[in-house]
Design a protein around this ligand. Structure first.
Ligand code: SAM
Ligand code: SF4
Ligand code: SF4
Length: 371
């Protein structure tokens, strides 16, 4: 299929031309064969950014000097509605999607997010299993929302927390939010039965690397899976430098110097986190080595940006617009052709190319494309 599509330009001036191109394909899809991209990778996960706004200004994601009062956040009319998102998700499922992650920006800022969770949690995968609906949040509003999210059918939650120290946390999130607010959110998620709650810590040299062990100790024996994430060069505004990355190896060495660790297998093929257990039964931790150990070869993730553009890599520079055809009344077959056609052409492997410096200068911001 990739061959069939290779003559079709993705970037065309008018949407009607783009629609005509894809509609004309009338792709014969054999539904018994999984849709693969040009590097033979299936489409399994869809991350959806439900808002480009956030109540924090993490310096590595939405630095305040860029995302200030003058910044043009998307007007409401440009956001996909919940009905539009649900319709697209229903088209992604037959192409292989088994898991949805709602993200942003801060997804809990999107009014009535529980209604979207409910709409998606009702859907089944190709295999007839319930669609897995997960959400990543900074936790600020989680204490109020955890129970209603669970009641709406949310399967899992990941909470981002970079420090337990108020001074470090305030510096990294560039906000006055105390750490206690996020910890209350995590506790509420556990009480609501969102199991297992995962906590994600982005580790940045000098800034919070000295808090790795304190974080590990805090979450040992809590049932929470703490995952350490290498600081990445997402977007174009965080001024990323390689020497600010603390590698997953170093992180593990620091923890292993205090607590013996043993590696455990992945939960599913293509899982990005490497999983480890404390030998003394203290629970599980993970490392996500996006910079030092790239996993492009089995990357199965597509991303739907806040305004309905489809991106096939976190580091992409161009996405195809699904909102416009959707609002022009395109039939399901045309939208499916657009999605399947784009995935069939996909050859992204940014992290592999990073090492050779063949990467674009201007990348899409993570808050818009969805982390
Ligand atoms: N606002 C929500 C949150 O913070 O969890 C969801 C969106 S946020 C973009 C998703 C995840 O991306 C968070 O865990 C955040 O720490 C991570 N992230 C953002 N910028 C990053 C960077 N430069 N390197 C590594 N992780 C990053
Ligand atoms: Fe907001 Fe999440 Fe980005 Fe922090 S990482 S600025 S909480 S979107
Ligand atoms: Fe996937 Fe792109 Fe990340 Fe590689 S760089 S793992 S292709 S999102």
């Amino acid at each position: 299929m990739a061959k069939l599509l290779s003559s079709i330009p993705i970037k065309v001036a008018s949407i009607s031309k783009e629609l005509r191109d894809y509609a004309a394909l009338n792709l014969p899809r054999n539904h018994d064969v999984p849709l693969l991209d040009s590097l033979q990778r299936p489409l399994r996960d869809l991350r959806i950014s439900v808002t480009d706004r956030c109540n924090l200004r993490c310096t590595y994601c939405m630095p305040r000097d860029v995302f200030d009062e003058q910044h043009n956040f998307l007007p409401r009319s440009e956001l996909l509605s919940f009905e539009e998102i649900a319709r697209l998700v229903k088209l992604f499922i037959p192409l292989g999607v088994q898991k949805i992650r709602l993200t942003g920006g801060e997804p809990l800022l999107r009014r009535g997010i529980e209604r979207l969770v409910e709409m998606l949690a009702r859907l089944n995968t190709n295999a007839g299993k319930p669609l897995e609906v997960a959400l990543t949040t900074n936790g600020v509003l989680l204490a109020q929302k955890a129970q209603s999210l669970k009641d709406a059918g949310l399967s899992r939650i990941s909470v981002s927390l970079d420090s337990l120290n108020n001074t470090t946390f305030r510096r990294m999130s560039d906000s006055d939010v105390p750490v206690g607010t996020v910890l209350d959110g995590i506790a509420a998620a556990q009480r609501a039965g969102l199991h297992p709650v995962k906590v994600n810590m982005v580790v940045q040299r000098v800034v919070n690397e000295h808090e790795i062990l304190a974080m590990a100790e805090h979450f040992r024996h809590s049932g929470i899976v703490l995952r350490f994430i290498e600081y990445m060069d997402v977007g174009s505004s965080n001024g990323w430098r390689l020497d600010e990355v603390v590698s997953a190896r170093v992180i593990l060495e620091r923890i292993a110097a205090r607590y013996a660790l043993r590696q455990i297998g992945a939960n599913y093929p293509g899982e990005v986190a490497e999983r480890w257990q404390y030998a003394d039964g203290g629970g599980e931790i993970g490392v996500i080595a996006s910079v030092t150990q790239v996993f492009c070869h089995d990357c199965t993730r597509a991303r739907l940006a806040t305004d309905g553009k489809l991106y096939t890599c976190l580091f992409a520079t161009h996405g195809i617009d699904l909102r416009e055809p959707l609002r022009l009344g395109a039939a399901d077959t045309i939208l499916t052709n657009l999605i399947a056609g784009r995935w069939g052409l996909r050859d992204d492997r940014y992290s592999e190319l990073r090492a050779t410096q063949q990467t674009p200068d201007k990348k899409i911001e993570m808050s818009y494309i969805g982390g």
